[in-house]
Design a protein around this ligand. Sequence first.
Ligand SMILES: Nc1ncnc2c1ncn2[C@@H]1O[C@H](COP(=O)(O)OP(=O)(O)OP(=O)(O)O)[C@@H](O)[C@H]1O
Length: 249
Amino acid sequence: MSLIQTRNLTLGYRGTPVLRDVSFAIERGEIVTIVGPNGSGKSSLLRALIGALAPESGSVTRAEGLRIGYVPQKLHIDATLPLTVHRFLNLPKRQKADDIQGVLTRAGVPELSGAQMTSLSGGQFQRVLLARALLGAPDILILDEATQGLDQPGAAAFYRQIEEVRSALNLAVLMVSHDLHVVMAASDRVLCLNGHICCEGTPEIVADAPEYRALFGTGTQGTLALYRHQHDHAHHHSHDHDHSHEHCQ
Ligand SMILES: Nc1ncnc2c1ncn2[C@@H]1O[C@H](COP(=O)(O)OP(=O)(O)OP(=O)(O)O)[C@@H](O)[C@H]1O
């Protein structure tokens, strides 16, 4: 069974339509990225998937007992407040020291436990947020533009970390991003939204689709090729989904 599935999901705010007829499912082990212009309904879809926004029609089904780990865009930390990474990860609930060290290691920052939150670089900060999301042993990680403010190499490194986490823990990853170049390459599947699913499939299929090009231009392919080249066969994925039905329409 899928971790989360929607059928003909239609969303809106007091009669203003936002998304119509979205049928989507995400399985364990998959990395799926949602792209789309501003206002295309990406965050609304995430909100509906986690149950924070009720459908106008259609349905959202979550696997029983599904644990969701959420990585926000950013989080404001009061610069005057002394707060170590270790203490931050103990909020709001006290955690075992081993568990904290474990998620920091998993997030690629094992050395940061004693560091002050306010001293972290953007990339380190996002990894600490990733570590926090991992504390609940999630089945699915949901990231809402988690690399905003990072430069392109920083964002690419963060997504490689996400891929490592996915491979190690076999969880699903669903992310919204504007970093089209790097994020598309790090995804198994891309969903392009514009009031509805205008296009979906592997990054290559979506980047080639006229609907996607009409929205985002044609600059993505070269970067995808470069990323693939650098990244080729660096690791093995344990999942094996059949996406032969992928299409753009
Ligand atoms: N709480 C709300 N009340 C009313 N309208 C809303 C609300 N939240 C979002 N909207 C509207 O719904 C539409 C989709 O917004 P949403 O935030 O889902 O898009 P998005 O693709 O995530 O955009 P962005 O890339 O700018 O973050 C927009 O027109 C927005 O103004």
